[in-house]
Design a binder for this molecule. Structure first.
Ligand SMILES: [Zn+2]
Ligand SMILES: [Zn+2]
Length: 106
């Protein structure tokens, strides 16, 4: 994954701690290269509990690495439910009633 800000690619992994930083921005996990970490316009999401930007996004949840606070990612509600029938229930009932009339069933 390249740096979200400048697009730089992470160089070959070096043993030890990576100078690259992980963060969450608009509920999306991002990587920040060492150069961009000094920028002041990173606009990373902050923990609503302690304000830390050391967040990890996974499986629809954003966890704070500093205090452990967990919030669900995405404020737009649950994803679209594909199990929902495309025809509204009362319309389906109406169609069924009309069919019954046509077929002579009461
Ligand atoms: Zn960068
Ligand atoms: Zn926190």
């Amino acid at each position: 994954m390249p740096c979200y800000r400048c697009g730089a690619r992470q160089t070959d992994p070096v043993r030890g701690a990576s100078p690259w930083r992980r963060g969450v921005r608009s509920d999306v996990q991002v990587l920040i290269c060492p150069g961009c970490q000094r920028a002041h316009d990173l606009e990373l999401d902050g923990c609503s509990s302690c304000g830390s930007t050391s967040l990890v996004c996974r499986l629809g949840e954003v966890e704070c690495r500093s205090c452990g606070h967990v919030r669900s990612a995405g404020e737009g509600g649950p994803p679209y439910d594909f199990r929902r029938p495309s025809v509204p229930a009362d319309l389906a009932a109406e169609v069924e009633a009309a069919l019954s009339r046509v077929l002579g069933r009461s």
